[in-house]
Design a protein around this ligand. Structure first.
Ligand SMILES: [Zn+2]
Length: 312
């Protein structure tokens, strides 16, 4: 899941940076279910699940030629699984790999495993803690990997290697996968080609999200990002710097509102998202909440029930 309730036009999306900040390669034509070559080792396949949450739909990636890994098999749509199986052809499937367990990413893993016999090796199932469920209906609770990858874990095939880079924030179990042979990083929903990520508490964590962005900024070996929604991102470190700047800007806005004793999230949203469709305000409010929780963790703000204020 990406931007809840946000329109697919980035200009109308409160989470987007706007087209001028993006360093994408530009919108490319893409037909649902038809594999598209991105690099000799990388093909992508668009699922037929376009929505305000998923942009044109989920991008499933096939890595390798003679043997392959399938990254983010996507939603449980029979025609999408058929398209993946057709794109695999005679190749052996080494692994089915998920970046995280939102319902537009992992549910097809089980069916693809049943049809190919390949193991599911990827992110951990979502952790549920004692304080109550951390996950809402957007999570795939049935996801059950044969092997959960930790930081630095690898999967290798003929001429390719995938390395796990743990990037919590959008979700606590989010993993990006590096493909050094292509200077590429598969970024799932952590960094996307069409919009900034939605960070929804309690599983989403703004502090972790920002730390994970900083981790990627330090990875100078990556020359292209393949995200789960939207087109490839070139000059990715610059793109990530823009994302960090966008969040710092939002945080600054919140602090200025708190200085003026604006204490309720809906009032903050009114002033921060001027001109944005009110139907998107719930999603915007969750993003503001994620920032406030982060500021609270850092001792900068405090809360009294639904009222927020600067810490003394
Ligand atoms: Zn997601």
């Amino acid at each position: 899941m990406t931007a809840r309730g946000a329109k697919s036009n980035p200009r109308n999306n409160p989470f987007t940076l706007g087209p001028t900040d993006a360093t994408c390669t530009g919108m490319s034509e893409q037909t649902v279910g038809v594999a598209q070559m991105q690099h000799p080792l990388v093909r992508r396949l668009l699922a037929g699940n376009p929505s305000p949450f998923t942009y044109t739909g989920t991008q499933t990636y096939l890595v390798g030629t003679r043997d392959v890994a399938v990254i983010d098999p996507g939603p449980d749509l029979p025609e999408h699984v058929d398209a993946i199986v057709a794109a695999i052809g005679d190749a052996r499937v080494r692994a089915i790999v998920c970046t995280h367990t939102h319902r537009d990413h992992s549910p097809a893993a089980a069916e693809l495993k049943a049809r190919t016999g390949a193991p599911i090796i990827g992110c951990a199932p979502l952790a549920l803690d004692d304080a109550g469920p951390r996950a809402d209906a957007s999570f795939d609770r049935d996801y059950s990997p044969d092997e959960a990858m930790g930081e630095g874990g690898t999967i290798a095939g003929d001429g390719w290697t995938l390395q796990a880079v743990h990037t919590p924030g959008h979700t606590s179990n989010h993993i990006c996968y590096a493909l050094p042979e292509a200077g590429a990083l598969f970024t799932g929903d952590h960094v996307m080609g069409w919009s900034t990520s939605v960070v929804v508490p309690p599983d989403g964590n703004m502090g972790h999200y920002l730390e994970s962005l900083e981790r990627l900024q330090a990875r100078e070996q990556d020359s292209v990002y393949y995200s789960a929604h939207g087109d490839p991102i070139e000059r990715p470190q610059r793109f990530v710097r823009g994302l960090v700047g966008h969040r710092k800007q939002r945080e600054g806005q919140i602090l200025r509102l708190l200085e003026r004793d604006v204490a309720l999230i809906p009032d903050m949203v009114q002033q921060m998202y001027v001109g944005v469709d009110p139907r998107l305000h719930t999603a915007a409010g969750l993003s503001v909440l994620a920032h406030l929780i982060d500021l609270e963790t850092r001792g900068i703000v405090r809360r009294d029930d639904t009222l927020w204020s600067l810490a003394a």
